[in-house]
Design a protein around this ligand. Sequence first.
Ligand SMILES: Nc1ncnc2c1ncn2[C@@H]1O[C@H](COP(=O)(O)OP(=O)(O)OP(=O)(O)O)[C@@H](O)[C@H]1O
Ligand code: SF4
Ligand SMILES: [Mg+2]
Length: 394
Amino acid sequence: MDQISSQAAAQAAATPGTVATPAAGLEPAAPAAAVSGDGQAEVLLDARNLKKYFPIYGGILRRVVGQVYAVDDVSLQIYRGETFGLVGESGCGKTTFGRTVIRLEKATAGSVSLDGQDVLALNDRDLRRMRRRMQIIFQDPYGSLNPRMPVSDIIGEGLLAQADAENQWGKRSVRDKRVGDYLEAVGLRREYSRRYPHEFSGGQRQRIGIARALALDPEFVVCDEPVSALDVSIQSQILNVLSELRREFHLTLLFIAHNLSVVQYFCQRVGVMYLGTLVEVASVEQLYATPRHPYTVALLSAIPLPDPRIRKKRLVLKGDVPSPANPPSGCRFHTRCWLYEKLGRPENCVTVEPALRDVGGGQQAACHYAEYVNPSAVQEATAAQDAVATAAAD
Ligand SMILES: Nc1ncnc2c1ncn2[C@@H]1O[C@H](COP(=O)(O)OP(=O)(O)OP(=O)(O)O)[C@@H](O)[C@H]1O
Ligand code: SF4
Ligand SMILES: [Mg+2]
């Protein structure tokens, strides 16, 4: 792992400002998930019925008066070597899920295993060891680096915490060499290790964040919107760095994103979250060609097309996202669902929570009527919305 290729560095040093959208400058090539001897993809991360509720305090005595159901019964398997995209509107629980599976948040209920090891049951000593294997790249490159530390300490801190007789990271010289190697791997100069965060641009800081995570040689990395705080021109450079490094270090990534076009190019499978639950899981090809959950259809219809001359019909979701402290009964999406309206408001949408189920070819959707989601249904729904909008305008 100490052998860092110059490819990643060259990629990272690409001239800024040449790419209009992140997806446009991004390599579509992606590593295949590892396959076990019996032909099955190997599960690396296995989350079962995971829940994370945050208490809401109120009154003078600051008593618990409610809960935010940030992640509410999510089961998800991520295969070794794949990049799994997690998308959904702001506040749907993506970050909380990512932080809970690597135990940066304490789970309320459920189980998580990494390579068969029960992550939630680890004691402090074993958790510290496990931290090496699961890392996170944060969304905010400004807030996530300690402004009072030089880069050598920012990256070296984790190495020191994981030092043992074998890796020798306790020795300053060994640590400094590794810090330099990883700075080069992300396209920065070794000498930058003496500088402080304020001396770097946003894109460079995010490279430092990536170097910090990867220097520990992890298998599984949560990338929490790693480019959304950056200028569009820098986004594709950072994504290309990540793309190179995941190949080189055989990483498995949970890639949290808002931008669905980035996910399309960067990930192999995608999970769509809505109000704390997973509503669809599919391969990228399935999700973008044949989405089976009405919410996914609406999200996809909102992606802007790169050519402004081509106009696309948008399926506008009505109303605001309900509060995660008080989610709607039955299917949480029913208050905004176009298919529910189109089908004449079936009662079970309001009374029975739909389970995530196989809808063919390994694609899963949590909708009682996923089989009714087809291109003609979507067209009819958009036409109906257009008619309502036109009538309102008249
Ligand atoms: N520490 C916390 N205490 C209380 N509530 C929290 C906490 N962290 C998150 N939440 C709430 O949990 C819900 C899910 O938040 P989360 O940050 O996971 O969403 P997200 O999908 O990552 O959103 P975004 O796209 O804006 O980053 C939100 O309602 C949020 O306000
Ligand atoms: S279960 Fe009903 S409300 Fe929920 S997504 Fe399906 S059609 Fe819409
Ligand atoms: Mg988030």
